[in-house]
Design a protein around this ligand. Structure first.
Ligand code: ZN
Length: 452
């Protein structure tokens, strides 16, 4: 949704990029996490996930553990790490913007002085000061503290720090999954040059097929200019398998029907839609047409801090529908396996099944059932995040049990957490960004809103 001053389209020609988490090399000692598994298709009440060398070796109710396995009883809900297919990471350093009006389309608010004063000017000034990668670094920690293990919407290959997986820069994951399709992410698909369009179509025709995630029809449901983008999209030959449309608030039921026919996916961002346009996409039509739906937060100024927050928001929104459209399970699938499927990574991410990357999270049990625990988890409830089998974030006790180190301590909504971010501390990054934002009369956004 963001007007980025620099186009985000890129061809991700970085097959040699390795995913290198800072914490430590992928675990050679097998780890077994015990708790309630959300696979995510089903719940296993007393299950085990066995991990080694960055992969899930086995999961289920009856897993045989090799000698020397480090066993951790979590007493929590163990689920795949969340996959964020719609974000604009560097903007997440900025505090929330609460517009006092509803806008017609993204072209509308992006021209308003208030959005320039609060967002564009400070963001672009920090980029100009050379802080873009610091902004990205902070935003990735923010994403991880919201249960995300994979993100999109990073500004540069050079800003990829080895924290979260940057799908639009690292479609090969850790290089050990074999050849995978490229993932392209574009905020303004109608500004693609002819060579860019040709290159995108090549990615969509390749074997294995890549993915193209594009912002389309972002505006109020009745906004004519936003609605017209669907016709323009077809005119550019982009209604085809491998494409997923982001926002789509102005899409009509017949548009979703055409999308389903062409195997085009949909990425839903309800909070940002409602805060900017007063309503969200017609997901009832998307669902009944059979379109595969993923959930993503957009960005934290008008969306959620991350995917746990967006799951909370989507769950509450769902309760306002009569009858509710989705089950809690449906929502969890949108943030895990559905998202993986939209980018051609369902064999690698978004599941606790054997062979998948050991990207997972543990959330405190609460409420009605395991799915409900996930869709109602607060940032304090996130007990552990592993990426490629490496503990990146969590409650200090479980973090220390797994890593033998304390990591860097921080507080999220008054709850102590531990994180590992590399040589430079998170506290240093926070101070740098906070100082830089001070000159614009603002301050660094917190990792979590803590109920505001
Ligand atoms: Zn967006």
């Amino acid at each position: 949704m963001r007007r980025m001053h620099r186009r985000l389209f890129r061809l991700c020609c970085i097959v040699c990029l390795l995913f290198v988490p800072f914490a430590s090399p992928a675990q050679k000692t097998p780890i077994a996490l015990i708790g309630t598994l959300v696979t995510p298709q089903e719940v296993v009440p007393q299950g085990t996930v066995l991990i080694q060398n960055g992969r899930i070796l086995a999961s289920g109710a009856d897993v045989k553990l090799p000698a020397g396995t480090k066993v951790v009883h979590t007493d929590g809900v163990i689920a795949p790490g969340l996959i964020d297919l719609h974000n604009h990471l560097t903007w997440n350093v900025l505090p929330r913007w609460k517009p006092i009006q509803e806008f017609g389309s993204r072209y509308d608010w992006q021209q308003k002085p208030i959005s320039k004063i609060l967002l564009t000017v400070p963001h672009d000034a920090l980029v100009k000061e050379g802080l873009e990668c610091e902004m990205e670094r902070y935003a990735e920690v923010k994403a991880i503290s919201e249960g995300e293990t994979s993100v999109t919407g990073s500004p540069h290959l050079s800003c990829v720090h080895g924290l979260a997986r940057n799908l639009d820069y690292d479609p090969e994951l850790d290089g050990s999954f074999g050849h995978l399709g490229k993932i392209l992410y574009d905020v303004f698909p109608f500004q693609m040059s002819e060579p860019e369009l040709i290159a995108a179509k090549e990615v969509l025709s390749a074997q294995p097929r890549g993915a193209l995630l594009i912002h389309v029809a972002e505006g109020a449901p009745n906004d004519a200019s936003a609605a017209r983008e669907f016709t323009m999209l077809k005119g550019r030959g982009l209604l085809r398998p491998g494409v997923s449309l982001i926002h789509g608030v102005a899409l009509k039921p017949e548009d979703f029907a055409e999308m389903a026919k062409q195997d085009v996916g949909f990425i839903w961002s309800p909070r940002s839609n409602i805060e900017l346009y007063g309503d969200t996409a017609n997901v009832a039509a998307a669902q009944s047409a059979g379109v595969r739906i993923a959930l993503a937060p957009d960005w934290s100024p008008t969306g959620s801090d991350g995917l746990l927050g967006e799951l909370n928001y989507a769950s509450i929104w769902n309760q306002t529908q009569s009858p509710p459209l989705f089950t809690e399970r449906d929502l969890v699938l949108m943030a895990t396996s559905n998202a993986a499927e939209l980018v051609g990574l369902s064999g690698q991410l978004g599941s606790l099944a054997a062979g998948h990357a050991a990207d997972l999270m543990v959330v405190r049990k609460s409420g009605q059932d395991a799915y409900w625990s996930l869709t109602h988890a607060s940032p304090q409830d996130l007990q552990l995040v592993l990426i490629g089998g490496v503990p990146m974030y969590g409650d200090p006790a479980i973090f220390e049990q797994l890593t033998g180190s304390q990591g860097e301590r921080l507080e999220v909504c008054g709850t102590p957490k531990a994180v590992v971010v590399g040589a430079k501390s998170l506290a240093e990054t926070e101070k740098t960004l906070d100082d830089a934002l001070h000159q614009f009369g603002t301050k660094l956004a917190p990792l979590a809103e803590c109920g505001n």
